[in-house]
Design a protein. Structure first.
Length: 153
């Protein structure tokens, strides 16, 4: 196994978070531009569903691949991992509400409110995750490709 691969998980996690932040920003931009564009609802729906799928996929991969491996190597992080998984559950609920609002064609203010809620929890979650688990990830010996461990971003 390549030693560089062993120490890249912290970098990969930060990169995944950066891509998800960019997807959220693109969704916000589509919402802001959509108020003046015909057929904006379908374009916004595309952004919302894409963003929701990306964030859900990232968290699902963490729950099923990254966190079990991290817990096995660092059992002392059990409480932190439990908190992160609880955040994932809360975000899944918020994403389902956002997705439903976009599919119904709710107005920009309503969808914007959903995005604000997701953004606040997502950012808090990412910062906590980066603060608490990046150090252990630097020495992680998890074998797997990035997409299976962090989601298809």
């Amino acid at each position: 196994m390549d030693a560089a691969r062993l120490i890249a998980w912290d970098h990969e996690l930060r990169s995944a978070h950066s891509r998800l932040r960019a997807a959220l920003a693109a969704t916000r931009e589509a919402l802001e531009q959509g108020t003046d564009v015909p057929d904006a609802t379908s374009e916004l729906l595309l952004y919302c569903i894409g963003f929701c799928a990306a964030l859900d996929g990232h968290h699902g991969a963490e729950d099923h691949r990254l966190f079990p491996a991290l817990r096995a190597e660092h059992p002392e992080l059990g409480g932190i991992i439990d908190k992160l998984m609880q955040d994932h559950s809360m975000l899944a609920h918020l994403l389902a509400s956002l997705r439903s609002a976009a599919e119904r064609g709710d107005d920009a203010a309503t969808i914007g409110g959903h995005l604000d809620g997701v953004a606040a929890i997502m950012e808090s979650h990412f910062r906590f995750e980066e603060r608490e688990i990046l150090e252990p990830l630097r020495a992680m010996t998890l074998v797997g490709d990035v997409k299976s461990v962090l989601g298809p971003l």
